[in-house]
Design a protein around this ligand. Structure first.
Ligand code: GAP
Length: 446
């Protein structure tokens, strides 16, 4: 993980927030390449939910919602973690996870293990961030930052049903920020207090819920594999009954083998009719489906694949990170799926003279309208390749002296390091063909 953190900082993917003020614990900013990478992951998710199917519609609900939403959803009463304080070191820990925490005074021991540890009784700590609406702090002005995007979907179910003219099975998809006042954030962007979720609520006739649950388990595993995560680093883990959330009758996590061990990447839950019934009861609105053809009326059940955009970004970075040798020198390379890579191609003039930069600029201008392209003429060609390898650019185009004579360039593959000559006029189509092709990680299995 240290190597990933260092690379992310060095190349400006992800770095601590508010750094000039000493940072703010476990909050991170995404720089240029990080924005492009996470954007590509979110775009791939949207593509799989919307473009490649016709039973899902999109939503972008507000982060601030009526406080009654959180009463109905159960978050005000149940969205808690057990917290203990240590009176000696003044630190706070999750009572149900002391074995992965370090004592504030003796880090080789867990909280409670050292002689002078003095832990309080566990108490329930609500993870929602509270704020006030308007300039006056008074009763009735309290609001919460949403701890999941899902509730916006349930609350808008009726409007979405009416305006989209869908019938179950159909889904509503949303990507957006969520906030949780985690007791123990950490492991880089794995657990933070502000993060992005990619959530689908898929509404189905009650009797079809079990089969749709199975369907989404395999569909979501397929999505990660198709984008290049190594299959032997992915698994499904079923929650035992005592681990299920208050709303769930069945949940399985997609887990990835992070450097911290197997950990949740995405949760897939059968939420039954819990949410729609709760909101119907609290709001007084009917949240159900009426089938005019059959006269049937029912409250749909919900299957929810809920993924984290930041956690997925971290998994793709971890899976892509590799070290090998190129041209006899050690290199660090991100073997990202070309479709996820922040830059698709880098155009590099061999030297900064003899008309090469001008021709390279022409090549770059011809490509940038079609795909995210980089132009770099600073430093030796070897160093420029190293830089592109580190940010995961799958293709490098070098403009050399031969290019000025026959209008061909060399096309270098990041993974195989193979180089071939290709006509400038054919470059765009060839790159597009490669970007559209299936791809799997050349990294060996664990
Ligand atoms: N609506 C269901 C729900 O929110 P969850 O398992 O609590 O379920 C879903 O969250 C996903 O959101 C997780 O699998 C993870 O990818 C991401 N996530 C949750 N808490 C997170 C945190 N503190 N930091 C980063 N990502 C988080």
């Amino acid at each position: 993980m240290d190597k990933i953190v260092a690379l992310c900082k060095r190349r400006g993917f992800i770095f601590p927030s508010s750094e000039i003020y000493g940072g703010l614990g476990s909050t991170y900013d995404y720089g240029h390449y990080g924005v492009l990478l996470k954007g590509n992951i979110k775009a791939a998710w949207w593509r799989s939910m919307l473009q490649e199917r016709d039973d899902v519609i999109a939503l972008d609900a507000a982060i601030l919602m009526a406080p009654a939403v959180w009463e109905a959803s159960g978050h005000l009463s149940s969205f808690t973690d057990p917290l203990v304080d240590c009176r000696t070191c003044k630190q706070r820990f999750r009572a149900d996870d002391l074995e992965s925490a370090a004592c504030g005074r003796k880090p080789s021991k867990h909280p409670g293990e050292a002689e002078d540890c003095d832990l309080t009784e566990a108490r329930e700590f609500n993870l929602m961030f509270q704020t006030t609406l308007g300039p006056v702090k008074e009763a009735g002005s309290v609001a919460y930052l949403r701890p999941e995007t899902a509730q916006g979907i349930f609350v808008d179910f009726k409007t979405a049903l009416q305006t989209s003219r869908r019938k179950p099975p159909f889904g509503i998809a949303q990507v957006g920020k969520a906030f949780r006042n985690e007791i123990t954030p950490g492991n880089f962007t794995f657990r933070t207090r502000e993060f992005e979720q990619m959530e689908l609520e898929f509404f189905v006739p009650p009797e079809e819920a079990p089969q749709w649950f199975e369907y989404w388990l395999s569909e979501r595993m397929r999505w990660y594999c198709e984008l290049g995560l190594r299959e032997d680093h992915l698994r499904l883990r079923e929650h035992p009954a005592d681990e299920l959330s208050h709303y769930s009758s069945a949940t399985s996590d997609v887990e990835y083998l992070f450097p911290i061990g197997w950990s949740e990447l995405e949760g897939i839950a059968n939420r039954g009719d819990f949410d729609l019934r709760q909101h119907a009861e609290h709001s007084g609105e009917k949240l159900e489906y009426f089938d005019q053809a059959t006269g049937e009326r029912y409250v749909p059940h919900v299957i929810e694949p809920s993924a984290g955009a930041d956690r997925a970004t971290l998994a793709f970075l971890v899976d892509a990170y590799d070290e090998d040798e190129a041209a006899g020198e050690p290199r660090t390379v991100l073997r990202l799926h070309p479709r996820l890579a922040p830059m698709k191609v880098a155009v590099l003039p061999l030297v900064r003279k003899d008309g090469l930069p001008e021709l390279a600029r022409e090549v770059y201008d011809g490509l940038r309208g079609r795909m995210q392209s980089d132009y770099d003429e600073g430093g030796s060609i070897g160093r420029r390749y190293r830089r592109q390898d580190e940010i995961g650019t799958p293709y490098g185009v070098t403009v050399d002296h031969q290019s000025t004579q026959d209008r061909t360039v060399t096309l270098r593959d990041r993974d195989s390091l193979e180089q071939e000559r290709i006509a400038i006029e054919e470059l765009g189509d060839e790159l597009q063909r490669r970007l559209d092709a299936d791809w799997s990680s050349p990294k060996p299995p664990a």
